[in-house]
Design a protein around this ligand. Structure first.
Ligand SMILES: Nc1ncnc2c1ncn2[C@@H]1O[C@H](COP(=O)(O)OP(=O)(O)OP(=O)(O)O)[C@@H](O)[C@H]1O
Length: 242
């Protein structure tokens, strides 16, 4: 996907939010959008997702299936989570039953599938917001502050979900306030400031090494690895081989 000299403002008399943005996101690439509050991160993501249109310029080669997870999932709808997800699947040309069950199991929300969206907590609604973007494998996944509002268990899943989209050749664009970038190995950084976007270098290819330590030493080992400059991605209990 390519941004070609993209300009955007919310109103014809308003100042430009973004000016002359030129960017490329390759298939299989992840970019993390950073920048001060109000700099235009969400605006950039909405342009990428096709939710907003540029006033000038062009966004070329946007993949056909775009999964868009807004910062706040609009939960004021008269549907249950299941009905909402079924509608979304139908728009994608899918039956969706198997996909909805898969994601409800994986993100632990089978118990509220038949609860109306308006009655869900913010975090629960965010899960539905995440899943509606994943029912059909996205060629582009756009995540606006994906860690915000999600419970810890679901947050742990975000890097794995991103990795799965990328492994299928999809691209991922994610904004990040909470400094969780380190958990997305290989991600590029796009910095938004004063209406312009500066793309950082493509990071060198990395390998992920799994290692096991005694539970009592886990905390200290993580601290030692981090202080030595390594990105510690996950810490989990050992799953015994069956
Ligand atoms: N719907 C809108 N109508 C008018 N102005 C808007 C609208 N949405 C955002 N803006 C303005 O556009 C600018 C960029 O907003 P945007 O939400 O893209 O920034 P952001 O970097 O994502 O901010 P934050 O870090 O606070 O989420 C801000 O000045 C904001 O007030």
């Amino acid at each position: 996907m390519r941004f070609q000299d993209v300009w955007f403002r919310y109103d014809r008399r308003a100042p430009w939010t973004l000016r002359g943005v030129d960017l490329t996101l390759e298939p299989g690439e992840t970019a993390v959008v950073a920048g001060p509050n109000g700099s235009g991160k969400s605006t950039l993501l909405q342009l990428a997702a096709g939710v907003l249109r540029p006033a000038k310029g062009l966004i070329a080669e946007r993949p056909e299936v775009v999964g868009w997870v807004p910062e706040r999932f609009p939960a004021d709808q008269p549907f249950t989570a299941r009905t909402h997800l079924r509608h979304t699947a139908a728009i994608r040309g899918l039956d969706g039953t198997a996909e909805i069950e898969h994601w409800a199991r994986r993100l632990h929300f089978e118990h509220f599938l038949d609860v109306r969206l308006g009655r869900l907590s913010k975090g629960s609604a965010q899960k539905v917001g995440l899943v509606q973007a994943l029912l059909a494998p996205p060629g582009l996944l756009v995540l606006d502050e994906p860690w915000e509002g999600l419970d810890a268990q679901t947050r742990e899943q975000v890097p794995a979900i991103v990795a799965e989209v990328v492994a299928r050749g999809g691209s991922v664009l994610v904004s990040d306030h909470l400094g969780e970038v380190a958990r997305l190995p290989g991600a590029r950084r796009w910095h938004v400031r004063d209406g312009q976007v500066h793309a950082g270098e493509r990071p060198a290819a990395k390998k992920v090494i799994e290692l096991a330590v005694d539970a009592a030493e886990a905390h200290e080992t993580v601290a030692r690895l981090r202080s030595a400059g390594f990105d510690v991605l996950t810490v989990r209990d050992e799953v015994p081989l069956s």
